[in-house]
Design a protein around this ligand. Structure first.
Ligand SMILES: Nc1nc2c(c(=O)[nH]1)N[C@H]1C(S)=C(S)[C@@H](COP(=O)(O)O)O[C@H]1N2
Ligand SMILES: [Mo]
Length: 395
């Protein structure tokens, strides 16, 4: 009796648990190499994520540039692809360092306690970001919270925790990376080194596989291997994928109304009402611009339509602040958007009537949609009903 009572805590003692992790892969150098790889992908993901956030929620002090026109397409591809490639890296890292959870004593100093405490937001935040991001890429929304806001705030917490972690580990990490190049040539050491190399190669290969089988959502040359891509360039009505269909937005009938009018309003009761024929009679401008969804897919297309700046000028207002765009669609997070005067000044900011030379397919926003350079897809409002010019002087 007494013996079993003593034996139980002995087995559960962290030291005893640690001894059970016998794999050569629970190794500091392997952990350090994976840590560096994650540091690189997370930082890239974080910075491109901030760009996406600021383009979608422009702070007043920042005038978002319209050039290069395809910048957002590139940064959002990098954001989503470094995100998915981080998943195998993170899983491998967690597995390699798992025995350290049972380190005894659990804390050695105040600094060590802080460093270990920071692991909670680091690991929890990383898992949340990668899972919610992947769900978003897969167009699966199992949660009721607002994805972008949660993803954004958790990213700051996670990145902060990563900075603490890297700061605390920097010296040991560097030493550990160097330590692997030892000249221990015993059979055992050679075998264990080769096992670790194979493991790391496997993790890198998995990250690469995930990267390239997702990248086909933006690089058409990779379409054929795009097993993980939800949308592919060139696939959809008029060769462009659709995010929200007219039916899904509840505009299948209203958008086809032959009595369609675009209303343009501004200061001092200025108001214009234009039919589709009126719009077609105005000077038409053609441009090649991408649709780049936050969910990572993107494609380039040829758009033809009226410059937003021409429409504002027609209203007779100058030096305005911004233009609010409202869709025929009622409700929904993306039924309206805003353009700054700087964005309107770009001659490629259009109220598009044609896509690849044909009238817009109803799912692409017939009769008229917004298209502008370096703009997240969510802000390329479809089925535009009205423009409201804010501020400025009436001529
Ligand atoms: N009115 C309205 N416009 C919208 C949306 C929407 O839901 N409603 N979705 C946006 C999103 S998320 C994207 S990515 C683009 C996609 O345009 P496409 O469907 O023509 O490819 O449209 C944008 N315009
Ligand atoms: Mo989108």
């Amino acid at each position: 009796m007494a013996r079993t009572r003593r034996a139980l805590p002995e087995q559960l003692h962290p030291d005893a648990i640690q001894r059970r992790f016998t794999s050569d892969l629970h190794d500091p150098r392997t952990a350090a190499i994976l840590g560096i790889a994650i540091g690189v992908t997370f930082t890239t993901c974080f910075v491109t994520g901030l760009m996406s956030h600021f383009l979608q929620n422009p702070p007043t002090w920042l005038s978002t540039p319209t050039r290069p026109a395809g910048l957002y397409r590139a940064t959002q591809a990098v954001h989503t692809l470094t995100g998915v490639a981080s998943i195998p890296l993170l899983l491998a890292k967690l597995w390699v360092v798992f025995p350290k959870l049972f380190e005894w004593p659990p804390v050695k100093s105040v600094a060590n306690a802080l460093e270990r405490l920071a692991l909670l937001p680091l690991v929890g935040g990383s898992l949340f970001l990668l899972l919610s991001g992947t769900a978003n890429l897969a167009r699966w929304y199992p949660y009721s919270f607002f994805f972008t806001a949660a993803h954004y705030h958790v990213a700051w917490i996670t990145f902060g925790a990563m900075a603490i972690h890297l700061g605390a580990k920097w010296v040991t990490m560097r030493a550990n990376v160097g330590a692997g190049r030892d000249d221990d040539s015993t059979e055992l050491a050679v075998a264990s080194r080769s096992q670790r190399r194979t493991f790391l190669a496997g993790v890198a290969g998995t990250a690469g596989l995930v990267f390239f089988t997702t990248a086909g959502n933006t690089i058409s040359g990779l379409s054929r291997i795009a097993a993980l891509a939800q949308r592919k360039p060139g696939v959809g009505p008029q060769g462009v994928p659709v995010n929200k269909s007219a039916k899904g937005a509840g505009v299948a009938e209203t958008a086809m109304d032959p009595n369609y009018r675009l209303t343009i309003t501004g200061r001092k009761g200025r108001k214009l009402s234009l039919s589709l024929a009126d719009l077609q009679a105005m000077p038409q401008h053609e441009t090649e611009l991408p649709i780049a969804c936050v969910e990572g897919w993107s494609t380039s297309a040829r758009w033809t339509g009226v410059r937003i700046s021409d429409l504002v000028a027609k209203l007779g207002i100058a030096d305005f602040d911004r233009v609010r765009i409202q869709s025929i669609q009622r409700g929904g997070a993306y039924s309206k958007s805003e353009l700054t005067s700087g964005q309107v000044d770009d001659g490629d900011t259009l109220l598009a009537l044609l896509l690849n030379g044909e009238p817009l397919h109803i799912d692409h926003g017939y009769p008229a949609r917004l298209i502008a350079p370096n703009r997240p897809g969510v802000l390329q409002t479809k089925w535009v009903k009205s423009l409201d010019v804010r501020g400025g002087v009436v001529r």
